[in-house]
Design a protein around this ligand. Structure first.
Ligand code: SF4
Ligand code: SF4
Length: 404
């Protein structure tokens, strides 16, 4: 019996809507087609990454072309109960969707915009780290979820991908409090793995056509990686991304803890890598067939060395310090160092809006206007738990993290 986790890589270097649709179809078909994961009679929630309202070309969010391609694939296969939405850390999902031009496009497709503002306290007694969540009601009402994440860096977890994207199931106002309850990268990753265990995510799709490197997840630099990744296994998918950017998967808490908690594998020998390329005529095919005739993708198995050779970017700007400090033992040292990695404000870029202070989850605030509202906020590092919510949410990208 084949027990390996499959990860499909589809090369794609454009956000042209038809090309992305062909690429998404090729990726899903290479895994057996969309009905291998979900059924037309089910209520499907498509969950993109809307970190905050941002233009598509900033790579802060899943690109609308990718989101629309997934929605179109479902609608064309006869799925009638499809909704799409996310709960951003700052602002409302509806605002982020409108900024991406999705509101009207979803209406045209007959897809309902998910209301991710109403929360439901959900008990999860089987939780290893988290035993209850304030999930958006839409999450609890969906029969199945398709996780459409973005390839980005992340100050707390090094990367954000398929495992991390589920934090958007928690309603926006509750997110900051979660960082207090799960105050370091390992326990936070374990809580994320519990979210995967508590929900029914059937398929993970990563938008890595243009990724974000550097000061992610909100203030980094867009950089082309020219791929879409597909897998039912969120850890294997994130591990493939890690290997593409010369980052050891075990040094990424969401991969390490994800594997320990049983939501997937990052081990090379347990992952089957496949490259799928749309047939040339796939973009024009309108026959509605899942793998119809000549529109079937060309599928080639590859190994990790070839993944790196064909799609790798060893210069990708991501925090890989633990690797340079010496293997898995070094990671533990790196983890300790992480607690001294401070956020700081670049004063000239600060407009004194107060978003950072508003999102600081520490009672009494670890960043605040201690010198008056006419000066940038200042940090109290003795209280700061290094959750990086302030860095994630600063609309001016004025907050950096030392070492990134
Ligand atoms: S969120 Fe950014 S711009 Fe606003 S006050 Fe804080 S550092 Fe300044
Ligand atoms: S100051 Fe920033 S990093 Fe520190 S606890 Fe507050 S939000 Fe988190």
């Amino acid at each position: 019996m084949d027990t390996k986790s499959k990860v499909v890589i589809v090369p794609c270097s454009t956000y042209d809507q038809e090309a992305v649709y062909a690429a998404v179809k090729a990726g899903v078909d290479a895994l057996g087609g969309i009905t291998a994961f979900v059924s037309p009679e089910e209520k499907i929630l498509v969950k993109p990454n809307y970190l905050t309202a941002a233009d598509a070309d900033r790579a802060v969010t899943t690109h609308p072309s990718v989101i629309l391609a997934v929605l179109r694939l479902l609608v064309e296969r006869g799925f009638a109960k499809v909704s799409c939405g996310d709960s951003p850390g700052h602002g409302k999902g509806e605002t982020a969707a409108a900024r991406l031009g999705l509101t009207e496009a979803m209406k045209k497709l007959g897809v309902r915009e998910a209301d991710m503002n109403e929360e439901v306290l959900t008990d999860f007694p089987e939780g290893m780290t988290a035993k209850r969540f304030y999930f958006a009601k839409e999450v609890t009402e969906a029969d199945a979820i398709i996780n459409v994440c973005k390839m980005k860096t992340h100050a707390l977890e090094r990367i954000t991908g398929a495992v991390k994207n589920v934090y958007g199931f928690i309603c926006g106002v509750r997110k900051a409090a979660g960082h207090v309850s799960y105050p370091n990268p390992l326990v936070f990753a374990r809580m994320l793995a519990d979210i995967h265990r508590a929900t029914d995510i059937r398929l993970n799709i990563m938008d890595g056509i243009v990724a974000m490197e550097g000061n992610g997840p909100g203030s980094g630099d867009p950089t082309p990686m020219n791929v879409l990744l597909f897998s039912a296994d969120p850890v294997a998918l994130d591990a493939a991304y890690c290997r593409m950017v010369d980052l050891e998967p075990w040094s990424v808490p969401t991969c390490g803890q994800g594997q320990i908690m049983g939501i997937g594998t990052y081990e090379e020998e347990n992952i089957e890598l496949l490259v799928a390329e749309p047939a040339p005529e796939a973009a024009e095919a309108e026959d509605g067939g899942e793998t119809a005739g000549s529109a079937a993708p060309r599928i080639t198995p590859i190994d990790t060395a070839e993944l790196v050779k064909r799609f790798g970017r060893p210069d990708f700007n991501v925090d890989r310090r633990a690797v340079s400090s010496g293997g898995k033992w070094g990671f533990r040292i790196g983890l300790l160092n992480r607690f001294t990695k401070r956020p700081y404000i670049v004063k000239k870029d600060c407009v004194k809006c107060g978003v950072c202070a508003a999102h600081c989850p520490v009672p009494g605030k670890a960043v605040d206007f201690k010198n008056g509202r006419d000066k940038p906020p200042v940090y109290d590092y003795s209280r700061c738990i290094r959750c990086y919510c302030c860095q994630e949410m600063c609309p001016q990208h004025a907050i950096k993290v030392k070492g990134i």
